[in-house]
Design a protein around this ligand. Structure first.
Ligand code: AP5
Length: 220
């Protein structure tokens, strides 16, 4: 199968993790989500996790130098030789430039940046009803993608919880940070001719189908 290197871009709650997980499963490549890597570090209480926590609980971005280091280390692992789906990175212009430098060192290129455009009204609905498995990380939505039992994971039976940053006031701040610091990167990738925008307001299946068609074209 062709090597696939993708960035899934979009605002908080746009559906990046949901779609990135599906693509990674379909193409057999790692799903690299900086939010997940940072939450793991926080849960383990590492030095990096302690630093990151302060920013994450306020809905602010973790400093570029911390995140860029984590991503570079992850992209150098052997499983990324067959490709990867990056989710939640880059999120600032400095991170986009740092990613270009990492890719240049590794002598590889990104195939596409898929931008999920989702309205803020829809995002608030999605984030306030999201539930995540404490054990395996599976993501549910109490209305749009409900687990059979609202407290347990269908996949592994683990306890479901609401993310700390899915509280209303933190969601507002995350959206503000997205508008100010992250959204401007769209232009950066547009200029490089790799940006593909997808309407993220539709159902999980519909968005997934659209992305599937785009990837088929990209891979032929
Ligand atoms: P991160 O974990 O990346 O959070 P985020 O970008 O805010 O994105 P989310 O995980 O909230 O949403 P998503 O787009 O993945 O949506 P999902 O598929 O889950 O980052 C968290 C924090 O870490 C940041 O605030 C920052 O502090 C730090 N951080 C991370 N990366 C960083 C970086 N590069 N630089 C600096 N700091 C960084 O879907 C949401 C919900 O909607 C789910 O319940 C899902 O089931 C449902 N859903 C999904 N798609 C649909 C659909 N089409 N229709 C209906 N429901 C849907």
């Amino acid at each position: 199968m062709r090597v696939l290197r993708l960035v899934i871009f979009g605002s908080p709650g746009a559906g990046k993790g949901t779609q990135a997980g599906r693509i990674a499963g379909r193409f057999g490549v790692p799903h690299i989500a900086t939010g997940d890597l940072l939450r793991e570090a926080v849960a383990r209480g590492t030095e990096l996790g302690v630093k990151a926590r302060r920013y994450m609980e306020r809905g602010e971005l973790v400093p570029d130098e911390i995140v860029v280091g984590i991503v570079e280390e992850r992209l150098r692992r052997p499983d990324c030789k067959k490709g990867f789906v990056l989710d939640g990175f880059p999120r600032t212009l400095a991170q986009a430039k740092a990613l270009d430098e990492i890719l240049e060192k590794l002598e590889i290129k990104i195939d596409a940046v898929i931008n999920l455009e989702t309205s803020e009204e829809e995002i608030v609905k999605r984030l306030s009803n999201r539930r995540v498995c404490k054990f395996c990380g599976a993501v549910y939505h109490l209305i749009f993608n409900p687990p059979k039992n609202s407290e347990r994971c269908d996949r592994c039976g683990g306890e479901l919880y609401q993310r700390e940053d899915d509280r209303e006031e933190v969601i507002k701040r995350r959206l503000q940070v997205y508008r100010m610091q992250t959204r401007p990167i769209i232009e950066y990738y547009q200029e490089r001719g790799v940006l593909i925008t997808v309407d993220g307001n539709r159902s999980i299946e519909e968005v997934s189908k659209s992305i599937g068609k785009l990837l088929e074209k990209l891979c032929t």
